[in-house]
Design a protein around this ligand. Sequence first.
Ligand code: NAI
Length: 334
Amino acid sequence: DPPNLHMENTASVSRLNCRAKGGAAGFRVAVLGAAGGIGQPLAMLMKMNPLVSVLHLYDVVNTPGVTSDISHMDTGAVVRGFLGQQQLEEALTGVDLAIIPAGVPRKPGMTRDDLFNINAGIVRTLSEAIAKCCPNAIVNVISNPVNSTVPIAAEVFKKAGTFDPKKLLGVTMLDVVRANTFVAEVLGLDPRDVNVPVVGGHAGVTILPLLSQVKPPCSFTPKEVDYLTDRIQNGGTEVVEAKAGAGSATLSMAYAAVKFADACLRGLRGDASVVECAFVTELPFFASKVRLGRIGVEEIYPLGPLNEYERAGLEKAKKELESSIQKGVSFVRK
Ligand code: NAI
């Protein structure tokens, strides 16, 4: 039998199980790739989220340590660790939300597409297990290239007969988080008061900040628009270069992933007006502003009025997106 990694000492195990089952308003969340650079802080922040009653941490390495460590935090969620493929199905059984930060990150000089060969297979394997064990769960895909890994997950779910476009979301929240930060800097505002819609996809020119729709309403000089667009599109590369070979964004990504997961859980709980940007599978695949609810994506908002600069950006984005989507689809179909 695989080792028991549930990290619950025998004396407390039955009470924890009771708590996990009884957990009145809590959701069950699985993090796949939980021992990684993103996975660890993401797991920690999810353990702090009051909407989570059970937190499953899965990875192919090091989950015992991460699970033991995080399980000592005196917050509500019960934490369980799962190590290696033979425990994947157990990790996914009964979960309401599966978050996927598994896969290799970029090094300087790499594009997100350079990660395709390794991460495509990882996302396919994890999606197959989701289709089998928790076909109704909301799925948040973080693994890059998101523009291709979300189509991969969609194809796997279609093959399995479990595809629900309302439940599969690519996480583009970090682009929004960066956009809010950089725009706030330019405007001299608190980033918490700024909201920048970012649509399209999650790589280079497919990242399309809609600076004409920033809240609070404001205007930018053409120079500011160029600076902000470039910085938002290349924010990830900025971090990759600063880390100089030690990986890509992990801490800000974990923050963004939890901000997004929390929105999904608030939607599931039935909160009204939960609106965020995410890479969704309709139209056919495109990051848009969406309303999250009890069944996942309940509404996809139209792009709204774009200015000429944004319309040109959209054309560029569409072209690159199309080939990234096709690459993901053919990976599963071939
Ligand atoms: P990392 O290498 O630090 O961690 C990845 C983890 O995935 C490792 O613990 C590894 O053991 C695990 N893993 C590998 N194969 C697995 C499998 N088959 N099943 C489960 N776990 C597996 O990488 P990091 O920095 O955490 O990045 C993870 C991914 O997130 C990368 O693909 C990266 O490009 C992407 N990313 C996405 C962003 C976004 O905005 N969507 C932003 C930043 C990174």
